[in-house]
Design a protein around this ligand. Structure first.
Ligand code: CMC
Length: 432
């Protein structure tokens, strides 16, 4: 049945067009509401606002569904890898063998950070927050490669393949360089013959005269971790990338803004909060029982971190995949992590508890991603950087959608002003 919509203001009714997405998502098109009626819509935090049409990711939080370009995340996690999924998300389809090879080559050839850019690192204190370093250094890509960052959609799209590969590959290299810089270790150059994740681990953990060679399980786990973070619809950082990109800002600048948005504890920092919570439960010799009881009091400071999500009102499908992978990786590497046992106990207790069930609070990907990263030797301070490496392809795809949309317009929401009404300027001498 075709839907109709209208808004009635006092005695007058205004018909509104209805849109429907390919998966049946419905929206009321209010683009002409203000010009027709003088009213705007109020939707703090945009929780009920579709800011764009997008063909990249479908997320159905009520039913726990996540698909990239139509392909379920479960299939990608099982059969694909991070580089191939990145291609899919950015270019819209799985690559054939030739395209996969070309894409891989572009990533390999653009992994290194040139000498002049390496000096950017020296300007940072050794204990600078890694995400602050990452966003600044990624922003500086626009200064180092101005020919790829002209702030002109047509020109930047003409160089998109190179800029995209550079961003994916260099964000990873910069991440590894930040880790080593903070530890006072010399930078390890990328190796052209190594696959994406193995190369990252090589740049992170190689020692003088001793190259780090990743165990296949470790490389696979890292691949899965990045893959599960590739894209996630219009979250805070992706919406930021689109907002900045909509001003015709180049890809690197828009990505840097996305990294800033991701750095907040309510977004990309959630995985850090989970590990800190598990650690404090462990340190207090609690098996989780006391923590669950405190979490049920409903105070914000005591929330069960990694549980509940603004759009998932069911199991986050990524959490199922990563929870299983956690056990596999730890088993294969022979690691016994007491935090995993606590996480399992919390999950089991919460999934039986009416407080969590009635509020539809289920574990999210962050609930387990920190445990995998610990097993791979990644320190907590780097968790959000890892998230950023994984999310870069999704941000790139979203920037491209904005840049390539001939009907696009700058993101410019409105507001309901609640400040003082008009008043006069008071000279300093008359102020109390
Ligand atoms: N533990 C205990 N109670 C909770 C939790 C939790 N993790 N999350 C929500 N609640 C309760 C909350 O107290 C409220 O109870 P009541 O109805 O009795 O007042 C009810 O559930 C609804 O809470 P809400 O804050 O209105 O729900 P929301 O859907 O707006 O919140 C959330 C989503 C992610 C902010 C919240 O679930 C939360 O704070 N989770 C823990 C922190 C966390 O993991 N944050 C990372 C989010 S990932 C974001 C991203 O990367 O995009």
């Amino acid at each position: 049945m075709a839907h109709t919509a209208s808004v009635k203001l006092d005695d007058k009714e205004y018909p509104l067009p209805v849109l429907e997405g390919t998966e049946g998502e419905k929206a009321i098109d209010i683009r002409k509401l203000r010009s027709d009626t003088g009213f705007i819509c109020y939707d703090q935090g945009f929780g009920n606002t579709g800011s764009c049409e997008s063909a990249i990711t479908f997320l159905d939080g009520e039913n726990g569904i996540l698909r990239h370009r139509g392909i379920p995340i479960e299939q990608l996690a099982h059969d694909s890898d991070f580089v191939e999924t990145s291609y899919l998300v950015i270019y819209g389809d799985l690559p054939n063998a030739v395209k996969r090879k070309e894409f891989g080559m572009r990533l390999r050839q653009n992994a290194a950070i040139e000498t002049q850019m390496q000096r950017v690192f020296e300007g940072f204190p050794k204990d600078a927050p890694p995400m602050a370093m990452l966003s600044s250094i990624v922003a500086s890509l626009a200064a180092h490669y101005p020919q790829l960052a002209t702030n002109n959609f047509e020109k930047d799209l003409a160089n998109f393949d190179l800029a995209a590969a550079m961003a994916i590959s260099k964000v990873r290299t910069i991440g590894a360089m930040i880790y080593r810089y903070q530890k006072g270790l010399p930078h390890v150059f990328p190796k052209q013959d190594l696959p994406f994740c193995e190369n990252f681990l090589h740049m992170m953990f190689s020692e003088p005269y001793k190259d780090y060679v990743a165990e296949p399980e470790v490389a696979r786990a890292l691949n899965l971790l990045f893959l599960l973070h590739t894209d996630h619809e219009q979250n805070c950082s992706t919406a930021t990338v689109r907002t900045v990109g909509s001003s015709a800002a180049n890809l690197f600048t828009s990505l840097s803004a996305g990294i800033c948005a991701l750095s907040g504890p309510l977004h990309g920092g959630a995985n850090v909060s989970v590990v800190q919570m598990l650690q404090s439960i462990h340190d207090e010799h609690d098996d989780g029982t006391r923590f669950i009881a405190a979490a049920k009091l409903g105070t914000k400071g005591n929330r069960l971190m990694g549980f509940g999500h603004a759009v998932y009102k069911n199991f986050d499908p990524r959490a199922k995949i990563i929870g299983k992978a956690c056990e596999d990786v730890l088993n294969k590497l022979g690691i016994k992590d007491p935090l995993l046992d606590i996480a399992r106990k919390l999950e089991q207790a919460a999934l039986k508890d009416d407080y969590f069930l009635s509020r539809k609070l289920y574990p999210k990907v962050d609930f387990y991603s920190g445990i995998i990263m610990r097993a791979l030797g990644i320190p907590t301070s780097m968790f959000t950087v890892m998230f950023a490496i994984g999310r870069t392809p999704g941000w790139i795809a979203n920037w491209h959608e904005v840049a390539a949309n001939p009907k696009g317009r700058i993101y410019r929401p409105r507001q309901i002003y609640v400040g003082p009404v008009k008043r006069d300027y008071v000279p300093m001498a008359q102020r109390t």
